[in-house]
Design a protein around this ligand. Sequence first.
Ligand SMILES: [Zn+2]
Length: 225
Amino acid sequence: MSAEIRSKCGLGYPPKPYTQNANECINRVVKSNLNCQKQTIPEFIKALKRTILRQETEIKLALTGQSDFKPKSEYSYLEVTEDRYFRMDLKQKEHVFKKFQNANLKSRHQEEDEGMFIDDTEHCGALTVTADGSGITSVPFPILKGLFEKAATLYHSRSDIVSFPGKPRASNIISKYFITSSTDAKKPHLVTILYTGQVTCDSNCPRWEIYKVCSHSIAAAEHCN
Ligand SMILES: [Zn+2]
């Protein structure tokens, strides 16, 4: 559907992408899984559940490099290695999947349409957890919101987060990251993530020193799922 029509339909300015493809595609998938046979409603629900489960499994395999399918390059940041995935607990695995499901759609239509409209929307992408939904109450909300926005920029920039070289020396550490400092480009912050889920930034980070949360720790947590 053209950008002009989508805009007239109230899909925003610039308009969000919309096609019938997904509906038609899932219609075909469901029908073919039922061998195009008429079903009772309980049978249909059971069959639909199996289809959903199969698709979810396929997504999880693709995200961990175990499938013939692979995310497109613009979504490759959502992938995790097979080894790391199997070390995760159920909650962490679910987080990997959720992050994929909630990823901002970067569609071909959006790219084509961007030139047609004044770009007044945020395209840098968000994180899986928002400031609102984070449950962090120890930081004033306007500051927390700023930290999440900065963390999203760091996370999506691809060049602001670098893994610490080598394997972590301590067995309780999952990973360490160097993250660009906004005050001194020559001295990146060092963020450590423990198996307990605890994330710490270094003592040179003013926000960390005051609030025990900062944009670096949020960005690293997102990076590590
Ligand atoms: Zn920090």
